[in-house]
Design a protein around this ligand. Structure first.
Ligand SMILES: Cc1ncc(COP(=O)(O)O)c(C=O)c1O
Length: 364
């Protein structure tokens, strides 16, 4: 019997699998699978959300005006060149929907964030992966793969899941090597966690060029992942195109209200960054002391390489941690099956995880 068929390429998409939240049989789960903030949302954001409850029957402001103005003030930007979305995931999809069609190419680095190839395939485009050096974007390898079909180059900086970043100078070199018709999308989801002085999230390049977009999110340091809120900063023509394509009420009212409040709560963001500055290096050192390889990370997560022996490998470690109520993320989908990704949690959570991994690796 004939049935409706999805467009060519759709059934080749491997659906994105998010981190798990619940474990049957465990009342208390330590969730370190989705790079969520260890410290939870800002009290100001929680209050704003509660205040919105009686207004739920109202449509949101379709232009996210207060939020864009808040962002513009906070970062010194032009509000007309900010476009908000239901998470940066929506903005990744929106960029592809706006600039990419069947037969085109979308370029990203080999272990770049998985939503880039998924979004490309939804448009009937080819997702082209450039090799990396030391699990880090290789600008020359990226540039070598640009063709006359390339429409967007996605750069996650820092990258999830590897945790690595490239310097502002390297990003400028990548941009300088691209034709002006190719869009460079710099996804800086973890920008606020980075404390390196050669890093820049993309604002300078957006200000200097017409073909650059910077993507940001409220899901990570701002701890609003459940509300779905992200934003893009770009040239006026790109903002205009995105505003034509997005749905009119793409950002819900609760997310807008909480986002404005979270932005004003600088102390919460500083606390989250200070927490990461302590526990990211601590966790890295503890795992290294257990003999594991930890890829150097500037985000709020690390990838950890486990031994090859079946009883000690990443799958066995994942199962062991899960049996203790600890959720981490498998990396097979990224072509890194020997590694697990673990988010930086609270101090208690980090200590429990280190003890659990030590027990897992101990000779039986
Ligand atoms: C690099 C990167 N970009 C974008 C996202 C999507 O974030 P959002 O929750 O804003 O859709 C993530 C989330 O894990 C990410 O790691």
């Amino acid at each position: 019997m004939s049935a409706p068929q999805p467009r060519p390429g759709i059934l080749e998409i491997r659906p994105y699998v998010g981190g798990e939240s619940h474990l049957p049989g465990h009342d208390r789960v330590i969730k370190l699978a989705s790079n969520e903030s260890a410290l939870g949302p800002s009290p100001a954001a929680m209050a704003a959300l509660a205040g919105w409850a009686t207004e739920m029957h109202r449509y949101p402001d379709g232009g996210s005006t207060m939020l864009r103005e808040g962002l513009a003030k906070h970062y010194g930007l032009d509000p007309e060149r900010i476009v908000c979305g239901a998470g940066s995931d929506e903005l990744i999809a929106l960029l592809v929907r706006t600039y990419v069609g069947p037969g085109d190419e979308v370029l990203y680095s080999r272990h770049g964030f998985m939503m880039y190839p998924i979004a490309a395939k939804t448009a009937g485009a080819a997702a082209v992966a450039a090799p990396e050096s030391d699990l880090t974007t290789d600008v020359d390898a990226m540039l070598a793969r640009v063709t006359d079909k390339t429409r967007i180059v996605f750069l996650a900086n820092p990258n999830n899941p590897t945790g690595t970043y490239i310097s502002a100078e390297e990003v400028r070199r990548l941009h300088a090597g691209l034709p002006s018709t190719v869009l460079l999308a710099i996804d800086a989801a973890y920008a606020e966690f980075v404390t390196r002085n050669d890093y820049e999230p993309g604002i300078e390049l957006v200000n200097a060029a017409q073909n650059v977009v910077m993507l940001r999110t409220f899901s990570k340091i701002y701890a609003l992942g459940g509300l779905r809120l992200g934003w893009a900063y770009c040239s006026a023509p790109i903002a205009d195109a995105l505003n034509r394509v997005r749905s009119p009420f793409n950002v819900n009212a609760a997310a807008q209200a909480a986002g404005v409040a979270a932005l004003g709560d600088v102390a919460s963001v500083d606390r989250a960054r200070a927490h990461n500055d302590v526990w990211l290096p601590w966790f890295t050192r503890e795992l290294q002391a257990l003999g594991l390889t930890v890829n150097p990370s500037v985000g709020n997560f690390v990838i950890v390489r486990f031994p090859d022996a079946p009883s000690r490998n990443a799958d066995a470690a994942f199962a062991h941690l899960q049996s203790r109520g600890i959720l981490t993320r498998k990396m097979g989908g990224y072509g890194l099956p020997e590694w697990l990704r673990i988010t930086i949690g609270t101090e208690d959570e980090m200590r429990v995880v280190v003890a659990a991994i030590a027990a897992f690796l101990a000779p039986s």
